[in-house]
Design a protein around this ligand. Structure first.
Ligand SMILES: C[S@@+](CC[C@H](N)C(=O)[O-])C[C@H]1O[C@@H](n2cnc3c(N)ncnc32)[C@H](O)[C@@H]1O
Length: 188
């Protein structure tokens, strides 16, 4: 399977996917924390899910957009030969079905909803698990030079970072990698 071919599809169609550096960090975390099970919020065309499956993980992944679901399903049918990926074709926030217990939760969906994703899915994190979030730098946009909607989004992301920093039960490391990522684990 060529992840590069999927990356090209994403680039050609302007579909945002995890950066190369971001994926390297995720690979390192998977090795370091012996991650076997991942819950991903935000599949898009399946690039990061297939990458994590290729690193030896079982991946449950949420996607709500019909076109993305169709595309991801096609890619999983073709490239996920070990059947390591379960696509959950629903809005993660309204999903009421079963989930497992995960070594890692990767949040890479609607940026304004990160706190809600965290609050909803943290209950499925194993005791020593980690939560990784992408795009916390959000392209380093200057809040004084963007429209009202983007300004609001930047404020939400900033609020989410404060939420992580001040969380009584979890500790977070923020890294500049890619578009800015966070790695959260339970306080001991
Ligand atoms: C940045 S893309 C995901 C990229 C993917 N993780 C990768 O690196 O290959 C974000 C995706 O999250 C999906 N999404 C946003 N909010 C969602 C939600 N509440 N539930 C499920 N999917 C959502 C969007 O439709 C979009 O396809």
């Amino acid at each position: 399977m060529s992840l590069d071919s999927l990356k090209k599809v994403a680039l050609d169609q302007h579909i945002p996917i995890v950066s190369d550096e971001g994926l390297l960090l995720i690979k390192d975390l998977i090795m370091k924390h012996d991650v076997k099970t991942v819950l991903e919020i935000g599949t898009a065309i399946g690039y990061s899910a297939l990458a994590m499956a290729s690193f030896g993980c079982k991946v449950d992944t949420f996607e709500r957009d019909e076109l993305m679901i169709e595309s991801a399903m096609k890619h999983f049918d073709r490239f996920d030969t070990q059947k390591s990926i379960r696509l959950i074709p629903e809005d993660a926030l309204s999903y009421q079905g079963d989930l497992g217990a995960y070594d890692m939760i990767f949040i890479d969906a609607a940026k304004a909803q990160y706190e809600r994703f965290f609050e909803k899915f943290v209950h499925y994190l194993k005791p020593n698990g980690i939560i990784v979030c992408d795009n916390l730098r959000f392209h380093d946009l200057d809040p004084t030079k963007v429209n009202r909607h983007t300004k609001q989004l930047l404020r939400k992301i900033s609020g989410f970072k404060s939420f992580l920093k001040e969380h009584p039960d979890f500790q977070t490391v923020f890294v500049e990698t890619g578009d800015g990522m966070s790695i959260t684990s339970r306080k001991i």
